[in-house]
Design a protein around this ligand. Structure first.
Ligand SMILES: N[C@@H](CCC(=O)N[C@@H](CS)C(=O)NCC(=O)O)C(=O)O
Length: 158
C-alpha cells in the first residue's frame, strides 16, 4: 500500500492508490472515459465537481462537535446541495438528459450516481425538485449491468 491508504487496485501485481486515479484508469481501460480528448475533459470536469461536493460533505461527516456538525449539515441542505444539484441539472439538460457526456455511459454518470447514494438515505426527498437528475438516476440504475451490480452488491454497515 504505497500511501498506507485504501482504496487500492492491484494490476499485474502492481499497486495503484488514490480513488480517482483508480477510477480514471479503469474508465480508460474499459471505455468509460469519453470518446475524444474533449469528451474526456468533460468527464474529468464532472468527476472533479463530484470531488468538490464530497469534500463539502466530508466536513459535516467528520465534524465531532455536535453544534458545529448541525450547522454544517444545515449548510449542506440550504446551500451546498442546491448549488451542486443545480450544476448537475444544467449539465444534464445541456447534454440532452440521458448522460452527462456524449451519448454513452461514462465515469461522470457513475460518479454523480454514487455521490448521492448516502445523502439520499438520510434525506430521501433530496432530489425531489431535480427532475433531470432523478430521471438520470433512474435510467443509469436500470442499465442491465448496473442493475445487476446494485442488486448483488454487498451491503456494508453505515
Ligand atoms: N485521496 C485518497 C484518500 C484515501 C483515504 O483517505 N483513505 C482512508 C480510508 S477512506 C484511509 O485509508 N485512511 C487511513 C490512513 O490514511 O492512514 C483517495 O481518494 O483514495
Amino acid at each position: 500500500m504505497p500511501f498506507g491508504q485504501i482504496p487500492l487496485l492491484e494490476v499485474d501485481g502492481k499497486p495503484l492508490a488514490q480513488s480517482y486515479a483508480i477510477a480514471r484508469y479503469l474508465a480508460r481501460e474499459f471505455g468509460f472515459a469519453g470518446r475524444s480528448n474533449w469528451e474526456s475533459a468533460l468527464v474529468d470536469q464532472i468527476v472533479d465537481l463530484v470531488e468538490d461536493l464530497k469534500r463539502e460533505m466530508f466536513k459535516a461527516v467528520s465534524e465531532q462537535d455536535p453544534d458545529k456538525k448541525k450547522d454544517l449539515e444545515q449548510k449542506l441542505l440550504d446551500e451546498i446541495f442546491p448549488k451542486f444539484i443545480g450544476f448537475f441539472e444544467i449539465l444534464l439538460k445541456d447534454n440532452g438528459g440521458q448522460y452527462f457526456v456524449g451519448s454513452l455511459l461514462s465515469l461522470a454518470d457513475l460518479a454523480v450516481l454514487g455521490v448521492f447514494d448516502t445523502p439520499l438515505q438520510k434525506y430521501p426527498s433530496l432530489l425531489d425538485k431535480s427532475p433531470a437528475l432523478q430521471a438520470h438516476r433512474k435510467h443509469v440504475e436500470s442499465l442491465p449491468k448496473i442493475a445487476t451490480y446494485l442488486k448483488n452488491r454487498k451491503q456494508t454497515e453505515k
